[in-house]
Design a protein around this ligand. Structure first.
Ligand code: PLP
Length: 486
C-alpha cells in the first residue's frame, strides 16, 4: 500500500510545481497579460462570436496536461476573443465593468495564500479586511453606529441577500406573500424581481410607481399607492429606490422616499449597484441625500470602483438584521471561536467558504489611495456631460435628460422613415464595426441608444472617438445627401 501511496504522490506532485517551474509559468502568464494590455487600444470593443469560441465546447479535458504556452494560446484565441471586450475603454454598453491591474495582483495573492474569508477564527486578517471595507462603504453612504455589510460576488446576489433580510426583519412568511406589497419603478433592475422569486416572494404584489420625465420615482404616487393598499388591508413591505438606474443613471428622490418608507414602517432598500461609488463626489453625495436613511444599500465595486467582475456589496444600517437572518450553527463548527466583533461573513450572508474578494479591493485602495478613484469618478461624470452636450449639438440627434450620473441616452431622428428602425440599424452597424460597443434599450417604447461612461479606460479621446464613429455610421446609412441637405 505504501508503494501505491508513493506512486500516487509522484503523479499528483505535478500539482505542486517547483520554484523554477513556477517562475516559468508565472512569466508566461504575465507576458500574455502584458501583451493583452499593450494591445488594448487597437483591440475591438465588440466582436461577434468567433469560431474558436465553439471549439471550447468539444475540446477534451484529457488525462495528460499540456504546456502552459499552449494553454495561454487557448486563452488568447478561444477565450479572450469574441463578444464584448470589458477591458476596452471603448466599451460603453450596459454598465461597463472595471478591471484595474492592481486588483489582479490582489486576486493573485488571495488565490496563492487562499485565506479563508468566511470565518473570523480561520482568518481574522481576511475577515477584518472585509469588515474595514464594509465600514468604509458604510461611511460613504453616511451610515453610523451599528452599520456593517457583506462583500458578495456581485449586485444581484447582494440585492437577493437584502430582500431575504427584509423579509425576515419584517417577519413576512412566503404564505403571506399574496397580501404583501413591494414598491418600485419600471426602471428598477430586474435582479430585484429575480430576488423576490428566489426569496419565495414570487406571489407578492408589485406596484410600479410612476416616474417623472427624468425617470425618477414620484414620491407622491408612492405615498398614494401605500395608503391605498393599507385601505385594502394589504401589507406594504418593501420599497426599492435606485441610486443610479441601469438604463439612464437616474437617481430617485431618496430622501423623500425614506420619509415615506419610515412613516409607514416599510423596509427601505436602495439599489446603488451602479451609482454607489459616485458618492466619492461631493455633488453626487448631495443628489443622493437620504441614502443614509435606507435600511440596506447595494453597491458594486466591479462597476464604478473599476474592479474586475466578481465583487458586489450589501451594506445595512443595522448589522443585526443580517445576523438575525443568516446566522446558523452546526456541530462541526464548534471550534470556531466567536469573533470579538460578534460576527463573521458567514453569519451575515448565504455563503460559508468564500474567495477572499476583499483583497482585490483593499490592495488597490491602499496602493493608489482614494484620490485617483475619486478623480476617475469625477472624470466619468464630466465626460458624460460633455458627450451629452456634443450629441445634443450634432445634427439630427435627440438626447435624453442631462445625466444624473454617467449614462447618456440618445437616438438619431432620420428625415424620413421610422426612427426605431433607423436606430436599430445604426446599432447593428456599430456592432458590425466593433471599434466601440454600445447597448440599446427601450424607453417609453422607443428604441434608444446608450453611452454608459464607466470604464476606467474611457477618457476624452475614447469619448470623442465614439462620437466620431456614431456620426460616421449615421452618414453611411443615410448616404451623404441627408447630411448635405441640412
Ligand atoms: C448591474 C446592476 C445590478 C446587478 O448587479 P450584478 O453585479 O450585475 O449582479 C443591479 N442593479 C443595478 C442598478 C445595476 O446597475
Amino acid at each position: 500500500m505504501k508503494q501505491q501511496i508513493l506512486d500516487l504522490e509522484k503523479l499528483s506532485s505535478q500539482l505542486e510545481p517547483d520554484s523554477h517551474t513556477r517562475r516559468y509559468q508565472r512569466r508566461s502568464v504575465i507576458e500574455y497579460g502584458e501583451r493583452f494590455l499593450e494591445n488594448l487600444t487597437e483591440s475591438k470593443a465588440y466582436e461577434a462570436s468567433v469560431r474558436d469560441n465553439e471549439k471550447l465546447l468539444s475540446e477534451e479535458l484529457s488525462e495528460e496536461g499540456i504546456n502552459i504556452q499552449s494553454v495561454i494560446e487557448s486563452v488568447e484565441n478561444k477565450i479572450d476573443r469574441g463578444g464584448i471586450n470589458p477591458a476596452s475603454g471603448s466599451h460603453f454598453g450596459y454598465i461597463p465593468g472595471g478591471g484595474i491591474f492592481s486588483a489582479a495582483l490582489g486576486d493573485y495573492l488571495a488565490a496563492v495564500s487562499n485565506r479563508y474569508a468566511g470565518v473570523w477564527f480561520a482568518s481574522p486578517g481576511a475577515v477584518n479586511v472585509e469588515k474595514r471595507l464594509c465600514n468604509w462603504m458604510a461611511e460613504l453612504i453616511g451610515f453610523t453606529g451599528n452599520a456593517g455589510g457583506y462583500i458578495s460576488s456581485g449586485g444581484s446576489v447582494a440585492n437577493l441577500t437584502a430582500v431575504v433580510a427584509a423579509r425576515e426583519s419584517k417577519k413576512i412568511s412566503p404564505q403571506q406573500s399574496s397580501k404583501t406589497v413591494v414598491y418600485l419603478t419600471k426602471q428598477a433592475h430586474h435582479c430585484i424581481d429575480k430576488a423576490l422569486a428566489i426569496a419565495g416572494m414570487r406571489g407578492c404584489l408589485i406596484r410600479r410607481v410612476e416616474m417623472d420625465e427624468s425617470f425618477r420615482m414620484d414620491p407622491v404616487h408612492l405615498n398614494l399607492l401605500i395608503e391605498d393598499d393599507l385601505k385594502k388591508k394589504l401589507t406594504p413591505w418593501l420599497v426599492v429606490g435606485s441610486a443610479g438606474t441601469t438604463d439612464t443613471g437616474a437617481i430617485d428622490p431618496l430622501n423623500r422616499i425614506a420619509d415615506i418608507a419610515r412613516s409607514h414602517n416599510l423596509w427601505y432598500h436602495v439599489d446603488a449597484a451602479y451609482g454607489g461609488f459616485f458618492l466619492l463626489d461631493k455633488n453626487i453625495k448631495q443628489k443622493m441625500c437620504g441614502i443614509e436613511k435606507a435600511d440596506s444599500v447595494v453597491m458594486d465595486p466591479h462597476k464604478a470602483l473599476f474592479l474586475p467582475y466578481g465583487i458586489g456589496a450589501l451594506i445595512v444600517r443595522d448589522i443585526s438584521t443580517l445576523k438575525n437572518t443568516f446566522r446558523f450553527d452546526a456541530d462541526y463548527m464548534q471550534d470556531a471561536e466567536p469573533d470579538p466583533a460578534e460576527y463573521s461573513p458567514a453569519d451575515i450572508s448565504p455563503e460559508l467558504s468564500k474567495h477572499f474578494r476583499g483583497l482585490r479591493m483593499w490592495l488597490p485602495l491602499k496602493l493608489h489611495g482614494l484620490a485617483p478613484f475619486r478623480a476617475a469618478i469625477q472624470e466619468k461624470l464630466l465626460l458624460a456631460r460633455y458627450a451629452h452636450g456634443k450629441l445634443t449639438a450634432m445634427n439630427g440627434f435627440e438626447t435624453g435628460p442631462l445625466p444624473d450620473l454617467s449614462v447618456v441616452t440618445f437616438r438619431y431622428l432620420p428625415e424620413k422613415g421610422d426612427p426605431d428602425e433607423f436606430n436599430r440599424l445604426l446599432h447593428q452597424e456599430l456592432l458590425k464595426d466593433g471599434r466601440i460597443f454600445l447597448s440599446s434599450t427601450l424607453i417609453n417604447d422607443k428604441f434608444i441608444l446608450r453611452l454608459a461612461i464607466v470604464s476606467v479606460r474611457t477618457h476624452l479621446k475614447e469619448t470623442d472617438n465614439a462620437l466620431k464613429i456614431i456620426q460616421e455610421k449615421v452618414t453611411q446609412i443615410t448616404g451623404p445627401s441627408e447630411m448635405i441637405s441640412k
